[in-house]
Design a protein around this ligand. Structure first.
Ligand SMILES: Cc1cc2nc3c(=O)[nH]c(=O)nc-3n(C[C@H](O)[C@H](O)[C@H](O)COP(=O)(O)O)c2cc1C
Length: 139
């Protein structure tokens, strides 16, 4: 199985989660601006909520790189604790990419909200999530 980790971030919260997932997977997390240059079986894709949706560049990334991605596992951070998974899922369906049934999400710092998130517990849960994906899909 070939894995990759890509993320979109504005203030670094989602990158923090991407880095711990990447450590478990054994790759370097990369910004979506780098694209996916070689075919991957499973892409962990990080994004966050801005004004109730994800950034349009994440949808463009999925569309532009669809030919190189078999399956996407979504993870996200947000001020409300809500996930971007439904948007990622819709983009996967539109572009013929399998969407992994479980997604990871946690709070992300936003101004004075969630000042200490993501915290060590969030990152530990992200690690456990990544391990569970590897256990289910194969290493
Ligand atoms: C302009 C803007 C709009 C946001 N809108 C929402 C929102 O609608 N819902 C929410 O839960 N969080 C919202 N947030 C908070 C971010 O989702 C949160 O800070 C997230 O962790 C940012 O991740 P990043 O540092 O990887 O960009 C917003 C943040 C910004 C900067």
């Amino acid at each position: 199985m070939k894995y990759a980790v890509s993320y979109y971030t504005r203030s670094g919260n989602t990158k923090k989660v991407a880095d711990v997932i990447a450590e478990v997977v054994g790759v370097n997390a990369k910004s979506i601006s780098e694209g996916i240059s070689e075919p991957v079986d499973v892409l962990f894709l990080g994004s966050s909520l801005y004004a109730f949706t994800y950034d349009p560049s994440v949808e463009k990334f999925i569309q532009d790189n669809a030919a190189n991605i078999k399956q996407i596992v979504s993870f996200s951070t947000s001020a409300s604790g809500k996930s971007t998974a439904k948007f990622v899922k819709a983009a996967c369906e539109k572009n013929g990419i399998k969407f992994y049934a479980h997604a990871y999400k946690c709070y992300g710092k936003f101004g004075i909200m969630n000042a200490k998130r993501s915290n060590n517990k969030d990152l530990e849960e992200a690690r456990e999530f990544a391990k569970s994906v590897l256990a289910e899909l194969g290493e």
